[in-house]
Design a protein around this ligand. Structure first.
Ligand code: ZN
Length: 340
């Protein structure tokens, strides 16, 4: 089937699960009650995506407070009690981050509960998101390894352990989120892609990397204003990604200043093309989506195009996110009709 539709990964959480309309939202309950609430929210997220007509669904990241720290919570060697302020993404934002204080090890499975609930309740293809190694080490303070690359590869091994287990749970696509990839371009080429490949080592399911210019929050919007008329960061990293074993690249294509001709540098990859803007509440029409698909098709064969959202929708209002999911499904159907 042409133009299967998916989403970047995160969806807003219901207000009975966590504080609405914000990142790092505090949970509304604890213990067994929280576990039940996460499970219910996961099933609801799947239902909304199925009804919207998405073909590759996600668990909506309903069980994690943040896309990075959700993974860290089950890693031994991290001091969560004493967070420190750190500039992240080359100082674009300040965040209170936990510290690595000892050798890193998984305490056990990280995402088993939500992956298994999702697998049991949908027959659609299931995509699961994990943070990439470079983004992980850019979101935590190091008091142990003393070396960014060493710590990145330590995390890559843990990510690989969890990714293999997710594959065994029945996940069809593992997507690593690497928003740090358009910030540290030289390091991406030096070791970032090698660390990503380490995280994906041995997987037989589809593998993807999501790179983006971030959620629609103020720090990102301000940063993007300073990046100039054209965002050409990807020109420096796409050739190395094209040469890697990662099969799919998710990238924002609508209302983005990324020149789409750069997609030619990803020859051979499946492109998850962002056709839904997450930085505006305006809901795309199916025609808008078809126009974006046509623009991508100028540089990518249509058999290799998947439709997605530019980035996660975690901080968005629920009704807006739902309307955008419905638009995405409708846009994919119209694209199949017109361009199939
Ligand atoms: Zn993103």
């Amino acid at each position: 089937m042409l133009f299967p539709a998916t989403n970047a990964g995160s969806l807003p959480k219901p207000e009975w699960l966590a504080e609405p309309d914000m990142l790092w939202a505090p949970w509304k309950s604890r213990g067994a009650e929280l576990a039940r609430a996460k499970r219910d929210a996961t099933m609801l997220a799947l239902k909304l995506q199925e009804d919207a007509g998405l073909d590759i669904v996600t668990e909506g990241e309903q069980s994690r407070q943040h896309f990075v720290h959700g993974f860290l919570e089950n890693v031994e060697g991290i001091d969560f009690a004493n967070k420190v302020e750190m500039g992240i993404r080359d100082d674009r934002y300040k965040a209170m981050v936990p510290q690595v204080v000892a050798p890193l090890r998984l305490k056990g499975r990280v995402h088993a509960a939500e992956a298994q609930v999702a697998r049991a309740h949908t027959s659609r293809r299931l995509k699961f998101t994990l943070p990439g190694p470079m983004t992980l080490i850019d979101t935590i303070a190091d008091r142990h390894y003393g070396d960014r690359v060493k710590m990145a590869f330590a995390f890559a091994e843990l990510l690989n352990e969890e990714a293999r287990a997710l594959e065994a749970d029945g996940v069809d696509v593992i997507q690593f989120d690497e928003p740090a990839f358009n910030v540290y371009m030289a390091e991406v080429n030096d070791w970032g892609i090698a660390a990503l490949e380490r995280a994906a080592q041995g997987l037989t399911c589809a593998t993807a990397v999501h790179i983006c210019y971030g959620y629609g929050i103020k720090a990102n919007i301000d940063w993007k204003h300073g990046l100039g008329r054209e965002w050409r960061q990807y020109e420096q990293i796409f050739p190395a990604i094209a040469a890697s074993r990662i099969q799919q690249v998710a990238i924002e294509c609508v209302n983005s200043r990324v020149p789409l001709d750069l997609l030619q540098l990803l020859d051979g990859k499946v492109i998850q093309a962002g056709v839904i803007d997450v930085a505006t509440d305006a809901v795309e029409t199916a025609d808008d989506i078809v126009r974006t698909v046509e623009a991508v098709m100028a540089f990518v064969p249509k058999e290799r195009i998947v439709l997605t959202t530019n980035c996660g929708m975690a901080p968005m209002r629920r009704e807006t996110a739902e309307a955008k999911l419905n638009a995405l499904g409708a846009g994919a159907r119209l694209a199949r009709e017109r361009l199939g």
